[in-house]
Design a protein around this ligand. Structure first.
Ligand code: PAF
Length: 287
């Protein structure tokens, strides 16, 4: 496994690949603190490419003022061991000044999609994500890139960017990996106390209940039964829980039929958690 901190060195490695049989490069962008969710992305990447590249970079541009950029976990040695064990070929670990040299001015604007939901609670977040992802795509030059479906709106924004800016990279979404009790894996779960961890489970429990329903109205009601109970806990503050169109993230009407994404976000103690599930809503039998 090659580990490089340098854009120039990576470029040389990438060019050397072209000299061989032009293998397909499958790419997993990460912010490190790798867990089973990331490992599932790497596993999927291995089925989609001949050479797997993982980047580890905690991107300051996607954190707002007062967010957890400074305390975001950075266990680089552990992460490298995970990459080694999982058969990653190249790990790219750039520095902040290398990716964002002084004098830079141009960023990507995530548009309307980037201003909804997560974008409303975290202004500028998706502009920061798209800017770094575009830069990383240009540096890594992957044929295919794998992203987790837990960050559903992030994946939708990246899909929009790839379409709108004519990028030639194939995107693959990987299913959410959960703890045995349903909590979606996240690098931020380490911040939860035991009490907060128990309350955090309400997010996936609400989605599980909603997913058994066939209409938008009953799915919302089922989820809110669980979320209302969680809101009685002092550490739980719901941000949003709503059903949206899977690619525009516009809220769907009560009579929506077909796929909808139930997206939730809450602050549990000092930690912001998100989760989602896709539900296929069927027409009412009397319609
Ligand atoms: O999902 C993440 O870990 C990050 O948002 C990403 C895509 C690596 C960009 O910094």
């Amino acid at each position: 496994m090659k580990i490089t901190h340098s854009i120039t060195e990576y470029a040389a490695l990438r060019s050397a690949l072209e000299g061989h049989s032009s293998p397909r490069v499958a790419y997993v962008p990460t912010m490190g603190a790798l867990h089973e969710g990331h490992r599932s992305l790497i596993k999927l990447a291995k089925t989609r490419g001949d050479v797997v590249v993982v980047s580890i970079f905690v991107n300051p541009l996607q954190f707002g003022p007062g967010e957890d950029y400074a305390r975001y976990p950075r266990p680089l040695e552990d992460d490298l061991q995970v990459c080694q064990a999982d058969g990653v070929d190249i790990v790219f670990v750039p520095s902040v000044p290398d990716l964002y040299p002084a004098g830079r001015q141009v960023t990507v604007d995530a548009g309307i999609l980037g201003s909804l939901l997560e974008g409303q609670s975290r202004p500028g977040h998706f502009n920061g994500v798209l800017t770094v992802v575009l830069k990383l795509f240009n540096i890594i030059r992957p044929h295919v890139a794998v992203f987790g479906e837990k960050d559903a709106q992030q994946l939708a924004c990246i899909q929009r960017m790839v379409a709108d800016l004519n990028l030639s990279v194939e995107l693959v979404g990987a299913p959410i990996v959960r703890e045995p009790d349903g909590l979606a894996l996240s690098s931020r779960n380490v911040f939860l106390s035991a009490t907060e961890r128990a309350v955090a489970r309400s997010l996936s429990a609400a989605l599980e209940k909603a997913a058994t329903q066939s209409s938008v109205r009953s799915a919302r009601a089922a989820a809110y039964e669980v979320l209302d109970r969680a809101e009685a806990e002092p550490c739980f503050e719901l941000d949003y829980a709503t059903i949206v169109h899977p690619s525009t993230f516009a809220e769907v009407p009560d009579d929506h039929v077909g796929l909808g994404k139930f997206v939730v976000a809450a602050r549990v103690g000092g930690t912001r958690l998100i989760d989602n599930t896709t539900i296929n809503f069927t027409p009412a039998p009397w319609a």
